[in-house]
Design a protein around this ligand. Structure first.
Ligand SMILES: C[S@@+](CC[C@H](N)C(=O)[O-])C[C@H]1O[C@@H](n2cnc3c(N)ncnc32)[C@H](O)[C@@H]1O
Length: 354
């Protein structure tokens, strides 16, 4: 058929019309346990339908959908995982993001269903979607199972980035890294693995401590990392010369961020720093799409948003920090380092200073 140059190409619209079906196909396959059932090798449709207690014809459509989406492959032996699905979608894989996907399926999906109201009112959707007044942490910590799923979701997704974030700047001069709101401690673990002279502290709410101890305890740097319970808005922060904030600032509005950064500034020695791990929006706000979508996610979920490097810089400067550096990664999250000015050497001090 001849191409009609009088009309704009509809592909962008048609692709986005379909995109939620793509996501939901992967979510359902993870939730039903398709990838875990294939972790040991290929299986026939009959065997999978039997094992997963699914309707055979319907399961075939789901599996074929996964083949079309390049999450599965199929040959005479049946269906098999691809390298990407074996690594990221099987629960037993150390790099699994299955918990994050389940989280997206059970929570984010329902919050996003009310996006229009979130945009009208400018607030998260917990009450509308689940009847809950509070924000995510009060809700996900309601049951042990939900808490573990949330923290493992953060862990799997965080692991894709934390090694790059700690390598984005030379942090070797810092001795004590306190990962504030550190959850399972993957950022502190990555920092201590990269910098042999560094010690770490994972600081998070009391409910998080048991899983943090479990994950840190199983790491190669367990002897150099301590897990401490506390509330970063209410309690004194553990001392350190480098504070970490992985996906914390995007949860909160400006006043709360100011409170937290000011507290860090006061607690840090001269020359100390704050390392943040967030996805940076480009200064012209045209991308990356990943960050723009995450900012909408934060609208439905919390009180915060994603920000540009200059917006972070403004927040840091307001709290007293000096130089602020950004590093964009190919991974899902970027890195920002803010420094508290060092004490100038005596020869550089103003003759009038005390
Ligand atoms: C979005 S998660 C990020 C976790 C981790 N930094 C990461 O990147 O994987 C936010 C973390 O902040 C913690 N948190 C929330 N409010 C807190 C508070 N007031 N004090 C200490 N930790 C808090 C949560 O328990 C959770 O582990």
């Amino acid at each position: 058929m001849a191409k009609d140059f009088t009309k704009p190409d509809p592909s962008v619209v048609l692709d986005l019309l379909q995109a939620f079906r793509w996501s939901k196909t992967m979510f359902a396959a993870v939730s039903l346990g398709v990838f875990d059932a294939l972790a040991e090798g290929p299986r026939s449709l009959e065997s999978l339908a039997d094992g997963l207690k699914a309707n055979q014809d319907a399961l075939r459509r789901l599996l074929d959908g996964c083949v079309g989406l390049q999450l599965l492959d199929r040959d005479d032996n049946g269906y098999r995982t691809t390298p990407a699905s074996a690594t990221y979608l099987c629960r037993k894989s150390p790099l699994s993001v299955a918990s994050y996907i389940n989280y997206s399926n059970t929570f984010y999906w329902k919050l996003w269903a009310n996006l229009e109201d979130a945009v009208r009112e400018g607030t998260h959707r917990w009450k509308q979607a689940f009847g809950w007044e509070d924000n995510i942490f009060a809700n996900v910590f309601r049951t042990e199972e939900a808490k573990r799923e949330f923290l493992l979701a953060m862990h799997g997704y965080g692991l894709m980035t934390s090694p790059e974030v700690v390598a984005a700047f030379d942090l070797s001069r810092f001795r004590s890294f306190v990962d504030v709101g550190g959850a399972t401690g993957h950022l502190a673990i990555a920092a201590c693995e990269r910098y042999p002279d560094m010690r770490g502290v994972v600081f998070d709410l009391n409910e998080v401590v048991p899983l943090a101890r479990e994950v840190v305890g199983a790491s190669k740097v367990a002897g150099r990392i301590e897990v401490v319970a506390g509330d970063f808005f209410e309690d004194p922060l553990p001392p350190g010369d480098l504070y970490g904030l992985g996906r914390i600032l995007h949860d909160w509005p400006e006043q709360k961020i100011h409170k937290l950064l000011s507290k860090m500034y006061e607690r840090l020695p001269p020359g100390g720093g704050v390392l943040i791990m967030e996805k940076l929006i480009h200064e012209d706000r045209r991308g990356p799409v990943w960050a723009l979508m995450q900012s909408l996610n934060m609208l439905t979920l919390m009180e915060g948003k994603e920000r540009t490097l200059s917006e972070y810089e403004t927040l840091f400067k307001r709290a007293g920090f000096g130089d602020v550096y950004g590093s964009r990664n190919a991974t899902p999250l970027d890195a920002v380092l803010a420094l508290k000015a060092p004490i100038p050497p005596p020869s550089l001090r103003s003759p009038h200073s005390a």
